[in-house]
Every structure is written in C-alpha cells, then in structure tokens.
Design a protein around this ligand. Structure first.
Ligand code: T5A
Length: 209
C-alpha cells in the first residue's frame, strides 16, 4: 500500500502561541514515527517568501483587499503545489503554520471578502488539497495581543481590535461546522496548552491507524 503522509495546519490570531508550539507538535509527531517538515504561510518557498514580504511590509500605498487576497493565494498556490502536495504524496507529514483557513478568517471574516469567492480561489490555488487536521489555538483578542505588545507590528497586525474580533469569530464559526478543525484553549498556562495538544494529537494519530 502507498503510504500518504499527513497534512496538519496550525491556526490562530497573532500572539496565541503558534510559533511557540510548532516544535512541540513536531516532536510529538516524530515520536510517533512521522517524518515531519515544518513550513509556513504566507511563505514556504523562496518565491512565496518574497510574496510574504510584499504582504507584511508597511508602506505608504494602501493595499487593496483584492490585491491582498490574490497575493495570499498566489503564495499558497506555489507552496501547496510545489512543496506540500509532493511531500504528503511521498509519505512525509507536513506541519504548516497557517493555511487557507487563515484567508477565510482574515480576508473573509476580517476584511469582508465573500466566502464563496474565497472558496473559488482556494479550489483554483490548491484543488482538493486540505489539511487532515487543523489545530486552532483560541484566545481572547486582548489576551493574545498583550503577549506581543512590545513587538513591532507588521501591516496586518495594525488592522485594529475589531478586525481581530471578526477574525476570531470566523475561526470559531468554521470550527463549529468542520470536524477536521479542533479548537485548543490557548488562554491557559503553556503547560496546559501543551497537555491539550498532546492529547489531541494522540487521538488524531490513533484514529489514523
Ligand atoms: N495572514 C496569513 C492572512 O491575513 N491571510 C492568510 O491567508 C495568511 C496565511 C502572518 C500574517 O499574515 C496574515 C496573518 C498574520 O497577520 P504570521 O507569521 O503567521 O503572520 O505571524 P503571526 O500570527 O503574526 O504570529 P505571532 O508570532 O504574532 O503569533 P504566534 O506565533 O501565535 O505567537 P507566539 O508563539 O510568537 O507567541 C507570542 C508570545 O506569547 C508567549 C510566547 O512566549 C511569545 O512571547 N506565549 C504565551 N504566554 C503565556 N501563555 C501561553 N500559553 C503562551 N503561549 C505563547
């Protein structure tokens, strides 16, 4: 039988702890025999990383929301088709910091782009490639922002509190409708968050056997 690897994405707004927990998740997967490649969006290839710079850099010219959306999907098409899909097909597990649920939450929930338009672009950019498991780290906007208060903010981080409330609302709405999205409470001590992650991944892996 040809073994297919897993595609796992990690989602959540700024400051919820995605970067902090990526290595922890990688270790659990490796301890369970997976060969893991960690990557991120926007980015994950040299071309897509250039697009990331365009997206996140503060500049005088305001970026139109349609431009922002298309750039997210341009980076994703390159990453999904040249990196994620081939790796998963050859049996590796890809752990990705953000994927299309970010676009639904930020450009859809946050900026108001219609979800049916995003669905069309998602199909065009990466066909039927979707994560087998999406881990959504959830925390109230104020708590998450308090953790990154002292950091310089990129272009999207400057979108304001109400924007991030809409982003969170869209993530929670998607999680209610899609059983492949699991919510982890990120508003607890890091050790408690990681206990929850261990237990979630344990259940996911045992379901795949
Ligand atoms: N974007 C992206 C879109 O708009 N559409 C899209 O389609 C995509 C793919 C990308 C930006 O692009 C947007 C979303 C983003 O605005 P990014 O590189 O993913 O940005 O980065 P951010 O989400 O901005 O990542 P952050 O670094 O802000 O958040 P993290 O990674 O979630 O947070 P992390 O791990 O750096 O933690 C922040 C701080 O909190 C502490 C950590 O030690 C750190 O200091 N911390 C905790 N403290 C207390 N308790 C805990 N449980 C803690 N967990 C972490």
């Amino acid at each position: 039988m040809i073994r297919r690897g897993f595609f796992i994405s990690l989602e959540g707004a700024e400051g919820v702890g995605k970067s902090t927990n990526l290595e922890f998740i990688r270790n659990i997967l490796e301890d369970n025999g997976q060969k893991v490649i960690v990557t991120r969006e926007p980015g994950g290839t040299p071309l897509a990383e250039d697009i990331r710079q365009l997206l996140l850099t503060n500049r005088d010219e305001a970026m139109d929301v349609h431009t922002e959306t298309l750039l997210m999907f341009a980076a994703r098409a390159q990453h999904a088709r040249t990196v994620i899909e081939p790796l998963v097909r050859r049996g590796d597990t890809v752990l990705c910091d953000r994927f299309t649920h970010s676009t639904y939450a930020y450009q859809g929930g946050g900026r108001g782009v219609l979800i049916r338009e995003l669905e069309f672009l998602a199909q065009f950019a990466h066909s039927n490639l979707w994560p087998d498991l999406t881990i959504y780290l959830d925390a109230p906007v104020d708590q998450a922002f308090a953790r990154i208060r002292d950091r310089e903010q990129d272009r999207i981080e400057q979108s304001g509190r109400e924007f991030f409330e809409r982003v969170r609302h869209k993530y929670l709405e998607m999680a209610k409708k899609d059983s492949r999205i699991s919510v982890v409470d990120a508003n607890q001590e890091l050790s408690a968050v990681q206990d929850d992650l261990r237990s979630l991944l344990g259940s996911f892996l045992s379901e795949q056997e």
